[in-house]
Design a protein around this ligand. Structure first.
Ligand code: MEV
Length: 380
């Protein structure tokens, strides 16, 4: 049977979660755990997950994405199925991975093809060159072409498009408050840096803007490539087992911020710390990276997004690691520890009640795993 299969990785945040929603810098990395979306044609019109037809009421984010990428009136019906080893509600970007993998799959199903010998996209798609054609509601993107020119893209890259549509979906599910961090990391893979300014010309890929409340947020998006990590350095993820929806955690910070001016000061301090973390990463100084992670955790605690179970796991990890912090939205979910002794750190976290895994980070981004020639509209 003809099918389109796309996958995208989860992520960990090394520095800067929550503050990044308000335009402060952050650094995230893709992880080995991935979400895979499979599309198959069905007799039933529309797009279905299991037996349920995707509609605006039940699945507003996915329905919006489908409206952009799949013409339900003239194309065959689709069955969308998902497999994932990114735990949900754990701060590891499961919803972003789903959104990005879905966007890649739907675009490919609509006829965009891949050259099997090179893996390169054969562009069957072109926007009319205006941002508004693809990007509704003030979402915008600016990118650099191959010659280094900064311009708006007629030849929108798939990853760019997937990260953008994924971001729109995330923003819809988080009451309009979402940074592009998770979807950017999931789409591009590797290490990504977001900032309110261009931090490094050679690493900059695009600007993303989004209206949030009465302000217009804007993030300069970078890929940190070619970083060298010392041999034997690992990241251990510890899961508290507590499910904490990102939407609630982000809304909680927004409420506290409205009442307490100290929250903005804490976010400024996080921003400064992210710069230190970035310098340490670029210098390959693992000790300094670890120290900055632990300091970031203390500031996240001050934002009110930690949880007693996270505190227990972070404390347990510290004696055998270079640094540890909660990762993602907090309130439960996961923590990470940077360590030269993954076994000891992982054992310490498990003894304190966490489920652990040792992860490589900076893994590949979204990938099209299978696609018939012509997608699912005119498969040959
Ligand atoms: C969630 O992985 C990260 C947050 O900063 C939310 C966001 O960036 O949209 C808490």
């Amino acid at each position: 049977m003809d099918e389109v299969v796309a996958s995208a990785p989860g992520k960990v945040v090394l520095f800067g979660e929550h503050a990044v929603v308000y335009g402060h810098p952050a650094i995230a990395a893709s992880i080995a755990q991935r979400t895979t979306v499979t599309l198959r044609t069905t007799e039933e019109p529309g797009v279905h997950i299991g037996r349920a037809r995707v509609d605006v009421e039940r699945h507003p984010h996915l329905a919006t994405m489908i409206a952009h990428l799949w013409d339900e009136t003239s194309s065959p019906g689709l069955d969308l199925s998902v497999t994932s080893d990114v735990p949900r509600g754990a701060g590891l970007g499961s919803s972003a991975a789903f959104a990005v993998a879905s966007a890649v799959a739907l675009r490919a199903a609509g006829g965009r093809r891949v050259d099997p010998s090179t893996g390169a996209w054969l562009e069957g798609y072109a926007s009319d060159g205006s941002e508004a054609a693809l990007f509704h509601g003030g979402h915008g993107v600016r990118r650099r072409d191959e010659e280094g020119e900064h311009r708006f893209g007629q030849d929108a890259l798939s990853l760019e498009e997937a990260s953008l549509l994924g971001h729109v979906a995330e923003a819809m599910s988080q009451d309009g408050r979402a940074s592009p961090m998770d979807t950017l990391t999931s789409a591009y893979g590797g290490l990504v840096l977001l900032s309110n300014r261009v931090e490094r010309e050679d690493a900059w890929i695009m600007r993303r803007t989004m209206p949030m409340g009465d302000a217009q947020r804007s993030w300069e998006l970078h890929r940190l490539e070619g970083l060298r990590f010392e041999e034997g350095l690992s990241l251990v993820v510890g899961h508290t087992g507590i499910n904490a929806p990102t939407t609630n955690m982000v809304a909680g910070v927004a409420e506290r911020r409205a009442e307490d001016p100290g929250i903005d000061e804490t976010m400024d301090a996080i921003g400064a710390l992210v710069h230190r973390g970035m310098e340490a990463l670029l210098a390959g100084d693992a000790e300094a990276v670890g120290r900055a992670m632990t300091e970031n955790h203390l500031l996240l605690r001050r934002l009110g997004v930690s949880h007693p179970a996270l505190e227990t796991l972070v404390s347990a990890a510290l004696s055998t690691s270079l640094g540890a912090k909660l990762t993602g939205a907090g309130g439960g979910g996961c923590m990470i520890a940077l360590t030269r002794d993954a076994k000891a750190t992982s054992e310490a976290i498990e003894l304190a009640g966490g489920r652990t895994w040792i992860t490589s980070f900076g893994t590949p981004g979204a990938q099209l795993e299978a696609c018939p020639e012509g997608g699912l509209i005119n498969p040959e």
